[in-house]
Ligand binder design. Structure first.
Ligand SMILES: [Zn+2]
Length: 77
């Protein structure tokens, strides 16, 4: 039996190892909750972030931007 298999046979040791694993992402989109960064510094999805706001993915930012009509003031009637 290999060393890895032996370690995972021991319940207490297996539980201790799994305490180091996260079940939530480092950063997630505040709107759609998609994972932006699971580990710090490794982007999964491009996103925008300001100092005072929670990060928002590009798709949600675009939806918010156009739904609020705060664009460049260009209205087509
Ligand atoms: Zn989003």
């Amino acid at each position: 039996m290999s060393a890895e298999a032996t370690v995972f046979e021991i319940d207490d040791l297996r539980k201790y190892i799994f305490t180091f694993l996260r079940s939530y992402p480092h950063k997630s989109c505040r709107e759609c909750k998609c994972v932006l960064e699971w580990d710090p510094g490794i982007k999964k999805v491009n996103y925008l972030e300001w100092a005072t706001f929670k990060p928002v993915c590009h798709d949600c930012f675009r939806n918010i931007f156009f739904s609020n009509n705060i664009g460049l003031g260009c209205y087509i009637m």
